[in-house]
Ligand binder design. Structure first.
Ligand code: 4NP
Length: 158
């Protein structure tokens, strides 16, 4: 399975989600792939926000080498599942989709925990380090659920 996370700048929420998921996949002995990207060009080429780096480091994750990039149409071909953080990303990814099959891959990250509610992962960018910590925990819980679903889907395929 290949999983993509999408946020606005690809410097806070989605690189945190990518690192959290990669770490959990690694712990579970799974080789599924993950990546992240954004929809606004302001931070393309930048490393993650220092506050995101600090919170991730607190939990043993080093996201310092991540480089922000934009979503591209070919991501629909490369990835099996595309998780967005809020309705603006859902709207942007949806309008870039080329087919119903593309669109089927897209869902809200927090629908992993609260199916069908389309709740946003809180955007910490305008807030303090506590907001980053809170966002980290939202992403961590959703990634726990995602890993359990990945394991379940592998069992079903056996
Ligand atoms: P992210 O956070 O989408 O989680 O990476 C943001 C980063 C930058 C901006 C907004 C959100 N910005 O407006 O520059």
């Amino acid at each position: 399975m290949k999983i993509l996370f999408v946020c606005t700048g690809n410097i806070c929420r989605s690189p945190m989600a990518e690192a959290i998921l990669r770490n959990k996949l690694n712990d579970a002995g799974l080789s599924d792939e993950t990546d992240s990207c954004g929809f606004e060009s302001f931070h393309v080429g930048d490393h993650p926000d220092k506050r995101a780096q600090t919170v991730c480091r607190k939990y043993g994750l080093d996201i310092s080498s991540h480089v922000a990039r934009l979503f591209r149409k070919s991501d629909f071909d490369r990835f099996d599942r595309i998780y967005v953080m809020d309705s603006s990303h859902y709207f942007n990814v949806s309008r870039t989709s080329r087919s119903a099959d593309d669109l089927k891959k897209v869902d809200y990250m927090l629908n992993l925990l609260f199916p069908g509610q389309d709740l946003p992962v809180d955007d910490p960018w305008y807030h303090d380090i506590e907001a980053f910590e809170n966002t980290y925990h939202q992403l961590d819980s959703a990634c726990d659920k995602l890993v359990s679903l990945i394991i379940l889907s592998k069992k079903h395929r056996q």
